[in-house]
Design a protein around this ligand. Structure first.
Ligand SMILES: Nc1ncnc2c1ncn2[C@@H]1O[C@H](COP(=O)(O)OP(=O)(O)O)[C@@H](O)[C@H]1O
Ligand SMILES: [Mg+2]
Length: 418
């Protein structure tokens, strides 16, 4: 890791596959294969010795299979993240593996480009995470530090504001899944605030008890302190703390800009990341958060109304002198059938799309109806992987060497299905 190369261990019981993978990776100047293993047990032994940055793991192998090996690696060598390689039809296994620690998976046959992109993605997220976690205050010598003190912290609390000029583009869904994924991946203190004050959906999306929320803070604003805020927030998956919207639309008007200012000032003291979902109305409250947010995720999709509204929103941001550096333009349902594509949307908006989330109707509907975020139930899905990538983008930029992606203009062959 110190020489900037990504050290990869390849694990597969078929010698020709090992050989192919090794050859393919040898073309990449930023990747170094540090070893090969033919079963899970060997993979664990080798990982202990060579501390690879990435373990490429097959599933079906003699002595110890890839799933079991992944479980053990995740426990014992968490800094060596695993990418699972499997054949179609092993999805149930995969879910288990992902839940016990694999970071991504590749379905055979996969292309060389997919493999290399996956390796770089997992590596970069791991680097950012490690540098973020390294900021955890060291536990007091000789005694157990309180759990709170042992958590990593962002130097400064980061407010991430989700906005779109159009409803129904996926803001709430993505904000909720991002918050859960962030808490799960980084162990940071993550808050999720539903500022769609009239029709907030976060409570439903995460299946939370909606008996308290922002209205309780507003009613007691003079006595509000971090303890009270924590009490009013509802706990979601992986310890995400959620500040819910008012239980009924007419209560939305009770919340003023001044309240929002005070609430955010207090929340910044106790959270590393504050993820904010919003309604479409660009009124005083949204403008206030927009003004102070560290990141603004503008969600759009491949439809004329969404593009038109995004264009208007970006124009307003510009007139408010919102720096484009703060804006992440996110294309949701990026692979939906449409006469538009990413490039035509970028050309129209004159703004680069820096994040994309694929369409996955079945998984999303199931996840919404059950109130279970897909990043926890289906961490292996493409949509969850893209959310994790977004988490990586949100972590404060660490002084790690970004891996340069070199276009080798060389078409990589497809792997044979074994
Ligand atoms: N990536 C996606 N794949 C499939 N369906 C999606 C996706 N994103 C959003 N949806 C659908 O769009 C609906 C609206 O999403 P939602 O997050 O409520 O939008 P918003 O908060 O922007 O109004 C969701 O209920 C879901 O059915
Ligand atoms: Mg919404």
């Amino acid at each position: 890791m110190s020489d900037g190369l990504i050290k990869v261990l390849i694990v597969d019981d078929i010698p020709s596959t090992l050989d192919n993978l090794q050859k393919l990776l040898s073309f990449e100047p930023d990747i170094q294969v540090v070893g090969t293993a033919t079963n899970g047990k060997e993979a664990i032994d080798l990982s202990k010795k060579s501390a690879p940055d990435i373990v490429l793991m097959d599933v079906n192998m003699p002595i110890m299979d890839g799933i079991q090996a992944t479980e053990i690696l995740a426990q014992e060598i968490p800094n060596s993240p695993v990418i699972i390689m499997s054949v179609q039809g092993e999805r149930d296994y995969l879910r288990r593996a992902m839940q016990s620690g694999a970071r991504e998976f590749l379905i055979k046959p996969f292309s060389g480009d997919e493999l290399i992109a996956s390796i770089r993605r997992v590596y970069q997220l791991e680097q950012k995470k490690e540098s973020f976690m390294a900021k955890a205050p060291a536990a007091a010598a000789g005694g157990a530090a309180p759990a709170e003190a042992a958590r990593p912290r962002a130097d400064q609390s980061q407010v991430i504001f989700f906005y779109s000029g159009k409803g129904g583009v996926g803001k709430s869904l993505i904000a909720a899944n991002l918050a859960v994924s962030m808490a799960k991946e980084t162990k940071a203190r993550v808050a999720l605030v539903d500022l769609d004050l009239q029709f907030g959906d976060i409570g439903v999306l995460l299946n939370l008890d909606h008996s308290q929320g922002i209205t309780d803070l507003v009613e007691n604003i003079e006595h509000m302190d971090p303890d009270f805020i924590r009490e009013v927030m509802v706990e979601g998956p992986f310890g995400v703390k959620v500040l819910l919207s008012p239980i009924s639309p007419e209560l939305a008007d009770l919340v003023t800009v001044d309240h929002i200012r005070k609430i955010f000032a207090e929340m910044r003291k106790i959270f590393d990341f504050i993820i904010v979902d919003s309604g479409t109305h660009l009124g005083e409250i949204n403008l206030e958060v927009l003004d102070h947010a560290d990141r603004i995720v503008v969600v759009t999709s491949l439809s004329i109304p969404a593009i038109k509204d995004t264009k208007l929103a970006l124009k307003i941001f510009d007139s408010l002198s919102v720096s484009p550096d703060r804006v992440i333009l996110l294309l949701n349902k990026s692979d939906a059938h449409s006469e538009f594509n990413k490039e035509s949307v970028e050309a129209n908006l004159r703004f680069p799309i820096t994040a994309q989330i694929p369409n996955d109707a079945k998984l999303v509907i199931n996840s919404i109806n059950r109130g279970n975020p897909f990043v926890t139930t289906h961490p292996e899905s493409e949509i969850s992987q893209r959310i994790r990538e977004l988490v990586g983008k949100m972590l404060p930029t660490a002084p790690v060497k970004e891996v340069e992606v070199i276009d080798k203009k060389q078409k990589k062959g497809l792997f044979a299905r074994r």
